[in-house]
Design a protein. Sequence first.
Length: 265
Amino acid sequence: MEFCYHVFTLKAIISTIIMSAKGKLNGGIWAFFSGCLLKIIYLLPMVFLWRSLAGGGADLGAFTLAQLLTYTCVSSILRSQLNVQSGAVNWHYEGQFLDLFRRPARVFTQLISITVGGWLPGLMFFSLPMALILPFFGVNMLPFSAWFWPCLLLSISLGFAVDFIFSCFIIRMENAYWLAYTLRNAIVLLLSGAIIPFALLPWRMGALFSLLPFGSLAAAALVLFTGTGEPREIIPLQIFWNIALWPLAVLVFNKSREKLLSYGG
């Protein structure tokens, strides 16, 4: 009986992932590729910026120009995985979150499955092609260390925990959804190292940011990919923050669930 339950759960997860992936293409292929084009438009100025700074003799810290280009490109093509946004931040606002409680699966499982499914079209039609094309422009797209892959999985896991905590924070703020969403994005982008590597920040701010849970999101995986970080320092810190924040995410969600169910009538 227990085996059948696990098989049913696995089939439900796979079906949800496939359904979510197809849903990303409901707006049409051109609407999907317009989002990819925006990512490329964002990426190009950053590439030109690093090349300009290196050409002008600027101090790039522990990075070489090649490593900075790789850092920026990998950050762009894996943006969704390094800055997880499950949709929980606005589903309760739109009333869609309540549907999750009517389905025979855990809310966290559904949110993770839907989010992962939503990543698949982007990974297939943007991230993978870019990873194959960028080496022709002098950008190394092979990870320096195999530790990058477990680090990436830990980053994604921690990203979901952080996302759920922020979502509960937004539930508490009720109608201040846009303020909380903007605050979340500003904090994560600044403190995760997704845009500017910690090594380039002044006054040793990067050393402090790397110890925070946000530093174990984007920066942790990116420095291992480029070979500018040590796995023995990064992996244990990621494990610590996963162990610390996942119970907190579950606790905060259980505390906020009553407000979520009563919101909207």
